[in-house]
Write a protein that binds this ligand. Sequence first.
Ligand SMILES: [Zn+2]
Length: 758
Amino acid sequence: MLGKRQLQEIINWMKQTNEINENIIHWETIEGKEAINVPFPEELHPKLQAALEKRGITSLYSHQREAFDYGMKGMDFTAVTPTASGKTLCYNLPVLQTILENVEARALYMFPTKALSYDQKSELNELIDEAGIEINSYTYDGDTPAHIRQKIRKAGHIVITNPDMLHSGILPHHTKWVSLFENIKFIIVDELHIYRGVFGSHTANVIRRLKRICRFYGSDPVFICTSATIANPKELAEALTGKTMQLIDQNGAPSGRKHFVFYNPPIVNKQLNIRRSATLEVRKLAGEFLKNKIQTIIFAKSRVRVEIILTYLQELIKDKIGPKGIRGYRGGYLPTERREIEKGLRNGDIYGVVSTNALELGVDIGQLQVCIMTGYPGTIASAWQQAGRAGRRHGEALILYVASSAPLDQYIINHPEYFFKQSPEVARINPDNLIILVDHVKCAAFELPFKKGETFGGIDVEDVLDYLLDQKILVFSGNKYHWMSDSFPAHNISLRSASQENVVIIDQTDIAHVQVIGEMDTFSALTLLHDEAIYMHQGVQYQVEKLDWEEKKAFVREVQTDYYTDANLAVDLKVLEVDKERETDVAQIQYGDVAVQAMATIFKKIKFETHENIGSGPIHLPEQILHTTSAWISLKDEPNWHKDRLEQGLIGMAHLLKNMVPMYVMCDPSDVYVTPQLKSSHNEKPTIFLYDRYPGGVGLSDQIYDKITDILLEARKMIKNCPCENGCPSCIGTDGTSQNGKIDAITLLNAFLNGVLK
Ligand SMILES: [Zn+2]
């Protein structure tokens, strides 16, 4: 095979060229594995079998068969399915088989985004067409035209939707969906790992409402979840659905041999620990593969980056493969354009694609030979999803991780054993977050009155119902709580944020099409939506032109800048209640509720690649109070230091910890806030508080409490190995003012782990 030989040649070239190999930190070879095939189930409908055979499929992979058997037995299950392992058959086969056996049967498919629903609908419909069976599947979302909505409600065997639509468009109108809810046999939750944090906590409550309505119509559907590799797929699925899950985690799909290479761009400024730009290194490396017509996917972390890399590469190789040979791919493209690119990749007309994490999810683009990640995708789980894009069933594949100067990037590249040995992150939700719970109890009461003593997702909600009674939102009569307000509760509740008083983000880039692009809780808005802030939304950079605090509106415009903004918060934090505590020999660790009083003071403009501070400005916004959950760690003995050095050490250590948290808890560094206190008002000890950014907490601090010692250990490794001299943005950040910041942070970490040297 020509392609294989060429890739092998380039692999050799990388190993032999000094300019390349001196930047290679680690080379991991992952051996291929054979498929585990099992025969089709005997009861599989002949038409389904024929459709599969038409595609050249003559047997199932072991995990697909296991899924079929669980599904047909009516058992809830979660399948862990890496990229390109034939995931969709895990749910399509039991669903189609069931509908063929009982034409009244219905199924609901839930995907986290609209784009994924469209992809899955086309794939499902292809299978239905090939089988020549009379099964109707439709997507139902905000774009569905009014005239076909009624048809879907009556005649759709399979309804494909997203949680937002389920929440505001389907459940509140369940009386129009009687044939679905009376006959629903399966609920499919695809891309389970996306449902974490606030979004996952909301979706768990939407599912509680969904199950409540199913019960009302006398149905009890089976839940099928599919997930990328995370540390706790079964636990997450059970928390999300409230069902006991069977777990399928042995994958029967074959894979070829893979080379996973860690590449760190050379240092260009030793003192500040600045490296050559990852983008430029990627241009050089990707150009080499594309010139040889080796199919390559390049991941970048923002839409702006995608466009930059794309332009570079098109320029570099247009004579070799033509401008159409390499394409960009991201959220903003039209569906038809995306379909065309996916098809081009599958049939080999397109050699290269530069993408945001949009291509990390289930979209079918076939299997490519090379995957390049420009920067660490943020989690081990995402990195493996992206890596899964390279790797053919036969023949070798290459995955290149090119690190940026960001702290997590540098940590990962210098600790390959961490990446390859560690299980991926834990995904957490907190469906019982009081703010989120109250929102959904309202929606549920609107949908069907609550009977006295009725629980919600197994939770006793009588207090909540009585509170809503006091608020005159509900009325109690005939032993039931009835909805009495004029309003329609689901409209005011966004699944993507955790508080009611949100700042609405309005994009006025195109003055003829001013549109709302998102919402944010007021506490986060202090630091992320102040005037002149650079706000990132799905990888696009916007600048806030004006934040109207009274009206809770932020007006933004799309920009392309080479910096981001970072705001300082003056914080006063009080412990309200301690729920859990434990001690080590030298430290006290606690978890509980806190009240955080915060005022934004100034913001800094920080350059992307180099983290240089290139400007600043004041922020004038009122003080905000956040009630949330926190984990904190205090030193039992105070080191005998000058207060300033202790304080600088705490500031540096806090920055480190914030950046280490995403290695243990699946979240962004911005989902967790850190506040160091020299002498905490709670226990008068030097203390670092880590707390959930969302009011009421979504389970992150809980996990931090469990993992704090591991986080400290990894933080110490990271700072010790950082090649800077006195501290840099990759380790202790830029908030400190001392020349001893790095050494003080290390000493303090030692104190927290091993005790104070006396
Ligand atoms: Zn450093």
